[in-house]
Design a protein around this ligand. Structure first.
Ligand code: NIG
Ligand code: FE
Length: 415
């Protein structure tokens, strides 16, 4: 069965050159087709173009026609950094912050990641799956079509595996494309407060082999930060991950620049994420690498910390993408429309730069650039169509509104 969608007022981000990502000045480039159609079959895009060039229907019995009603078609958002498998929200800590405590002070009192770890230990896998699926379904309605999900709220063998098994089940049951990341090195669990090297040994000698035997992760992550894991720890964990085929993605430079960017890039990480605090050495580390910077503006928004210097990345021709960091502590929203609006309002990116950063560049950060991120023949039919809006710029300009009218994932209409 073929599906043809017609009356698309504008089709955005079409590209058949199979680009990997857009960086620097090229981020201003965005292809569009006015008055367009798109054709899909077996979950893939098979044709698209100007309505005037549409060849028509050869077999009416085998073709479904959908009217886009003059909406604008965008490729689905590719959100390359989330922690959406968690047990409980943490609005109590949010309240503590409103009453004057800092995010770090809350963490030092045993709140934050350790609080989430206590909750994960208590919840059973089925309920954790249900809660996570509900969150994921909510994100689908906000336009997300590919997502990376991390563990990291377990901090012991059993609980880390519990989270990773939930992610695996989401992969098996959701139409969203999902990558799974093992983040055992997210914080030091309470029992290991004075025994960091023993916890790192536990990650390397117990958790990684178990993950490998059940094939539970695509990537490995480390929170490289003062008070968490230092550069030496980060390298050791990344190397151990690499040995079982897990490429790196790291949390670096959220609060301090301690050399994590350079170490991650030298250790062949796919992406380095956060980068709110950047110095010259951090920028220079990207030279001649294929690593992408993942910027998380809703974390800056929610915690009131500095925004990443996105414009500086453009100036230096360093590729970056925007992701949500969806988690209960520093970004309790995975709404990529809002992330896009922050990209413009706070990072000062224009609409073309934002769209590139949330689609093809996000896909690259998950190694999905050959399957997702642009409207291209042969790629997955993951896209959304808005209500009639005046322009593609309008989507992110009208922040806080949900303008998405129709959603297609793997060729199936979800909404
Ligand atoms: O990406 N910075 C480390 N990890 C998460 C937040 C974790 C939490 O507060 O639960 C982040 O912001
Ligand atoms: Fe994160």
């Amino acid at each position: 069965m073929k599906t043809v969608i017609k009356n698309i007022s504008k089709l955005v981000q079409n590209d058949d050159n199979m680009i990997k990502f857009r960086a620097g000045n090229d981020m201003n480039h965005l292809n569009t087709i006015s008055n367009a159609f798109i054709e899909i079959e077996d979950g893939l895009i098979t044709d698209y173009g100007d309505m005037d060039d549409w060849k028509g229907i050869d077999d009416w019995n085998q073709t479904k026609i959908i009217d886009a009603e003059e909406g604008i078609l965008f490729p689905s958002y590719c959100d390359s950094h989330t922690h959406l498998v968690y047990a409980e929200s943490r609005e109590n800590e949010f309240n503590d912050r409103l009453n004057g405590l800092s995010y770090q002070e809350i963490a030092e009192k045993g709140g934050g990641i350790l609080n989430s770890a206590l909750k994960i230990a208590e919840i059973n896998e089925d309920l954790l799956y249900e809660k996570s699926l509900e969150r994921l379904n909510n994100l689908i309605l906000q336009g997300t079509g590919a997502i990376e999900i991390k563990s990291g709220y377990g901090l012991n063998l059993e609980s880390e595996l519990k989270i990773l098994r939930v992610i695996k089940k989401l992969k098996e049951n959701s139409p969203v494309s999902i990558k799974s990341t093992f983040l055992g090195a997210h914080a030091l669990p309470i029992d290991y407060r004075e025994k960091k090297s023993e916890y790192i040994d536990l990650i390397i000698n117990k958790m990684l082999p178990a993950i490998k035997s059940e094939n539970l992760a695509d990537y490995i992550d480390v929170f490289c930060e003062k008070g968490y894991f230092n550069v030496e720890d980060t390298i050791k964990i990344l190397e151990a991950g690499q040995k079982i085929g897990l490429k790196g993605k790291t949390h670096v430079n959220q609060f301090n620049s301690i050399g994590g960017v350079k170490a991650s890039i030298e250790n062949k990480c796919i992406s380095v994420d956060h980068l709110e605090i950047m110095n010259e050495e951090d920028f220079l580390a990207f030279k001649d690498s294929s690593c992408i910077a993942t910027l998380l503006p809703s974390c800056s928004f929610f915690l009131g910390i500095p925004y990443s210097p996105a414009k500086e990345f453009i100036k230096r021709n360093i590729p970056f993408n925007l992701a949500s960091d969806y988690n209960p502590g520093s970004s309790p929203s995975g709404n990529m429309n809002f992330v896009s609006s922050l990209g413009s309002i706070k990072l000062k990116l224009n609409a073309e730069q934002v769209i590139n950063a949330t689609t093809i560049n996000g896909a690259y950060a998950m190694e999905y650039e050959n399957e997702l991120g642009t409207i291209s023949v042969g790629k997955k039919a993951n896209f959304f169509i808005t209500k009639p809006i005046p322009s593609y710029q309008y989507l992110h300009y009208s922040f806080g509104e949900n303008l998405i009218d129709k959603i297609f994932l793997e060729g199936k209409q979800i909404k």
